[in-house]
Design a binder for this molecule. Structure first.
Ligand code: NA7
Length: 483
């Protein structure tokens, strides 16, 4: 390719797509378009509006390092505040003019030189470089429960909250006890009369309290930007020191987190019968760790009922469990999680020689160091296969990946590179190393979770975030076919 501005298309204006766009703009890449299927930015933070939603990564760290925000109201930011942050950042960083809203890319095909894009309403576009920033928690997973559609009241998924439904005083069922179910239980306790929580598998809970930031501390961070940066780095350091290691290797971090969870359950739930129901069958962190200091107190209320008998079906009047009991309810909330393995789907991606991503990923999503896929030139993924997830900030991970992609784009702009694609050998070597590292992680200690792929192998990063940064510090040229 001759030196000049490559045209870059990003799919998705959620956290990672905005991150990539911001870095490209800052580096002077102006031939840039972000295709967003919805009418606003924010991705999962736009879609999730359920009561009690907050991020379980500390707010001072769950923000772009290049767009610090002094105004967080609490140490774990409420979802609505995070959404406002992304909308604000998209305007402040001059990105909105580059975003095509209501533009869902249905198909992208490599024609040997560039990608030809087609939206679901028939518009076409092209791009020299394509970046998929389609997110992880995008496709709600609806449970396969008999009779769900026969329910006479309101029933909806937590990520598609029906705000027209009145909650106060209603008999509400929450199905699922992941982070969402736990946050909903804390928020709806006392609102619902009663709240019935259906738990299939108990989860470990780390009691991190929600603490408000005082106006004085917010003013101090506004006045001295260095304080904000210091705060970001301190949280990053702490998160990496503890959670960065706890999940991926045995050591004091894993022992400490596990011990805190076990002691908290012992101290917070004094009723031995209830405690037995809330004791998970697996090790802390095998499923994604739940951060909440308000869940167990909510369960101690008389108007909150924990049901552990399995659901046999839903009937017009409520939820029937295996003990034969009908739990009569007015509203059912499905806090049953997401299809975290959808990645770009249902978008169709076609690479070299007609290879489709669906074919390439037949036995599971596999990429090169989380950012690229063999057979798909000039194509990059943000929060792609095996990105570090655990309890780390995905924003920090996306920034590392965006910087890496930017490195390739600089080469393309300078004319030294026209097309770049990772080799199949380097990718398979990387994936073999991943698999060999998995046994040290806590995710393989015997539980079912959205972390696991169809073959039972975790689709997560089995090393620390520091290793991820090191692997993406600069391209290893022999791992690529470059023209
Ligand atoms: P999760 O963490 O995937 O949790 C889903 C929950 O729903 C979990 O407790 C599941 O039980 C339960 N579930 C799923 N299907 C059913 C059926 N059919 N019957 C009963 N219970 C069911 O999703 P969340 O939305 O809470 O959190 C997703 C991520 O968002 C979270 O990790 C953070 O990253 C933010 P199971 O444990 O499978 O027995």
């Amino acid at each position: 390719m001759a030196a000049g501005q490559p045209r870059v298309a990003i799919v998705g204006a959620g956290m990672s797509g905005l991150c990539m766009a911001a870095k490209l703009r800052q580096a002077g890449f102006d031939d840039l378009v972000v295709h967003e299927s919805a009418s606003e930015v924010g991705g999962t933070w736009r879609d999730n509006t359920y009561p009690g939603l907050s991020c379980d990564v500390p707010a001072r760290f769950y923000s772009y390092s290049f767009a610090p925000h002094a105004g967080w109201s609490r140490n774990f930011a409420p979802g609505a505040e995070i959404q406002r942050y992304f909308v604000g950042a998209s305007a402040d960083l001059g990105l909105r003019g580059h975003i095509r809203f209501n533009s869902e890319i249905a198909r992208a095909e490599w024609d040997g030189r560039r990608y030809r894009l087609r939206t679901s309403d028939g518009h076409t576009d092209h791009a020299d470089v394509l970046v998929a920033a389609t997110g992880v928690l995008r496709e709600p997973r609806l449970p396969d429960i008999d009779g769900l559609s026969s329910f006479a009241g309101a029933a909806f998924h937590s990520a598609r909250w029906d705000h027209s439904v009145t909650l106060r005083g209603k008999r509400i069922a929450v199905i699922g006890t992941g982070s969402t179910g736990v946050q909903l239980t804390s928020a709806l306790a006392g609102v619902a009369k009663p709240l019935t929580l259906f738990q299939r598998t108990a989860q470990w809970v780390l009691p991190l309290p929600q603490l408000p930031y005082s106006p004085v501390s917010r003013a101090a961070l506004r006045a001295v930007p260095g304080l904000n940066r210091l705060s970001y780095r301190s949280y990053q350091h702490l998160m990496e020191l503890v959670f960065g290691h706890a999940a991926v290797e045995p050591g004091w971090q894993r022992t400490a987190v596990a011990e805190i969870c076990r002691s908290y359950l012992r101290l917070a739930i004094r009723d031995a019968g209830v405690r037995a129901k809330l004791t998970p069958p697996d090790d802390p962190m095998c499923k994604r760790l739940i951060m909440s200091a308000s869940f167990y107190p909510a369960l101690r209320r008389r108007d909150v009922h924990l049901v552990t008998d399995s659901i046999t079906r839903v009937e017009p009047g409520g939820v029937r469990t295996s003990d034969g009991r009908l739990h009569e309810v007015d509203v059912i909330v499905l806090a049953t999680g997401f299809d975290a393995h959808a990645f770009l789907r249902p978008m169709e991606l076609v690479g070299e020689n007609g290879l489709t991503l669906a074919d390439a990923w037949q036995s599971g999503p596999r990429g090169y160091r989380t950012v690229a896929v063999p057979g798909f030139p000039n194509f990059f993924t943000l929060i792609g296969p095996h990105s570090p997830i655990g309890n780390h900030s995905l924003i920090a991970i996306a920034e590392t990946q965006a910087d890496y992609v930017l490195g390739w784009l600089e080469r393309i702009r300078s004319g030294s590179v026209s097309t770049v694609v990772p080799t199949a050998e380097a990718t398979s070597e990387f994936n073999s190393a991943l698999r060999s590292a998995m046994p040290s992680t806590v995710w393989t200690t015997g539980c079912d979770s959205w972390y696991l792929g169809a073959d039972g192998v975790p689709e997560l990063w089995p090393w620390t975030p520091a290793v991820h940064r090191r692997m993406l510090a600069s391209p290893v040229l022999p791992h690529f076919q470059v023209n």
